[in-house]
Design a protein around this ligand. Structure first.
Ligand code: MF3
Ligand code: CO
Length: 251
């Protein structure tokens, strides 16, 4: 039997909104700091200080031994890139993924940003991936099925010639960073569990400009595209409510 999905009460969703607000604010500041010459470790330090100032806990640091508050994934890095002294340079795209815990509940979100001027292909990948998350969120309606979310991503990106990463998926989120169900970014409309008010999902399309295959580097974390082509990643924590999807990690 599959593990049950933990439904959240309106009060719990309110607490998750506060966690989500911290995540949104921190990501906003990080976005403003992305420019050529900035290192991903500079971004990590900003995130660490802002988390402390907001009396929140970083969600990723210590998770299965992961040593940072942020995942910073550049160009062909898909997810789980680690902050380092590597400086961002004009033409790069960088994904910044951050989570925080407030009063026992998690928020989790990510964006991909261009560094200065980027190629037409890179900018199209970033734009289409962001759009696919918006489509997925629209599909996160009570009464729909889980794979309606998945299919919304897949049907938006594949006609653009991009591919959906298979090995990493979105997830339920609440008192744990990762809860059931898994939320793939590929699927068949009308399949999967029925979406109910009180479900909270971290929806996170990871989209490659080439093929979908990825491999994990010898650091044990950094996932890169197998073909070396670009990858983009956007994520929001979304509550399913009677009034429609509520993006908890929106500004
Ligand atoms: N947003 C990613 C996720 O939900 C980040 C996890 S990084 C880890 O899986 F280090 F915490 F694993
Ligand atoms: Co996540």
């Amino acid at each position: 039997m599959k593990e049950a999905i933990i439904l959240k009460s309106p009060d719990e969703i309110e607490t998750m909104r506060r966690a989500g607000a911290v995540v949104a604010e921190v990501l906003e500041v990080l976005k403003e700091n992305i420019r050529p010459g900035v290192t991903t470790l500079d971004l990590e330090k900003i995130a660490e200080e802002l988390t402390k100032a907001r009396k929140a806990s970083p969600a990723f640091k210590g998770y299965r031994g992961y040593p940072f508050c942020l995942c910073t994934s550049i160009n062909s890095e898909v997810v789980h890139g680690m902050p380092s002294k590597r400086a961002l340079k004009e033409g790069d795209i960088v994904s910044v993924d951050y989570g925080a815990r407030v009063d026992g509940f998690y928020g989790d979100a990510a964006f991909t940003a261009p560094v200065g001027k980027v190629s037409e292909e890179a900018s199209r990948l970033v734009r289409v991936t962001a759009q696919s998350l918006a489509k997925a969120i629209e599909a996160a309606q009570e009464g729909n099925r889980l794979q309606d979310i998945s299919a919304a991503v897949q049907s938006h990106v594949e006609p653009e010639g991009f591919s959906v990463v298979r090995e990493f998926v979105g997830h339920g989120i609440g008192r744990e960073l990762h809860e059931p169900p898994q939320v793939p970014n590929f699927g068949i409309p009308g399949r999967g569990v029925r979406l109910k008010a009180g479900m909270v999902l971290a929806i996170e399309p990871m989209i490659n400009s080439g093929g979908w295959a990825v491999k994990v580097l010898s650091d044990g974390w950094t996932a890169v595209t197998a073909d070396g082509k670009l990858s983009a990643h956007f994520e929001h924590t979304v509550a399913i409510t009677p009034g429609g999807p509520l993006v908890l990690t929106a500004i």
